[in-house]
Design a protein around this ligand. Structure first.
Ligand SMILES: [Zn+2]
Length: 87
């Protein structure tokens, strides 16, 4: 594996794996091993770090809004669209 990172669409070859763990973490279903893998990874990987922040914010936003209003799924979709445009 001599290829440079940053040539694929999202700039991280572990992106899918990280995303899977990230979602597990947000659902509190990740193992300690998976959590520490992701934490180590996002210290070095900006792509996954930003994804982590965004997903966390979406979750918090939804959780807060859910108490008062209906879930603003448009908002979450907007954020996700922006992210995919950035990637
Ligand atoms: Zn990454």
């Amino acid at each position: 594996m001599k290829e440079q990172a940053g040539k694929d669409s999202v700039g991280c070859s572990e992106f899918q794996k990280c995303l899977t763990i990230l979602h597990l973490m947000l659902d509190n279903e990740a193992s300690e091993e998976e959590e520490s893998y992701l934490h180590n990874h996002i210290e070095k990987c900006m792509v996954c770090f930003e994804q982590y922040q965004v997903e966390k914010q979406i979750r918090e936003l939804l959780r807060t809004r859910m108490k008062k209003l209906e879930v603003p799924s448009d908002l979450a979709n907007n954020i996700k669209t922006k992210i995919s445009q950035l990637a």
